[in-house]
Every structure is written in structure tokens, then in C-alpha cells.
Design a protein around this ligand. Structure first.
Ligand code: SF4
Length: 63
């Protein structure tokens, strides 16, 4: 099932890992933090999980 993703902007260090893995879902905003630009679909589950696992500060939650 498609996951709902959230970014903890306080924790995000703007490393770009998530945007590299899921460029259609995450983008770096003007504040240099990751933002969710599109809700993931079912087909994105695996890459969303990868992005969550790749975030060095555990700023992404998906449920
Ligand atoms: S991987 Fe984590 S720290 Fe890096 S830009 Fe994405 S949310 Fe921010």
C-alpha cells in the first residue's frame, strides 16, 4: 500500500540522499531541506523504504 511520507525538517541536513533515490517524491526546498513534492504511489514503496534507510539523520518517516 502506498505510504504516507513526512520529513522532519529540524533533523534534515539537506544531504540530498532522498532526492537522489526518489527524485519524483523529494526535493530540496529554498531552506535547503528536503520536502515532499508528490505523494508516493504503491509502485514507490521499495524506493521510499530505501530513502528512509538512506537518510543519515533518520528524518524521513513512512507509514
Ligand atoms: S536523506 Fe534525510 S537528511 Fe538527506 S536530504 Fe533527505 S531527509 Fe534530509
Amino acid at each position: 500500500m502506498a505510504k504516507k511520507v513526512r520529513i522532519d525538517e529540524e533533523a534534515c541536513i539537506g544531504c540530498g540522499a532522498c532526492t537522489g533515490i526518489c527524485p519524483d517524491i523529494f526535493a530540496i526546498n529554498d531552506a535547503g531541506k528536503a520536502a515532499v513534492v508528490a505523494e508516493p504511489t504503491d509502485a514507490d514503496d521499495a524506493s521510499v523504504d530505501e530513502a528512509v534507510a538512506s537518510c543519515p539523520v533518520s528524518a524521513i518517516s513512512a507509514e
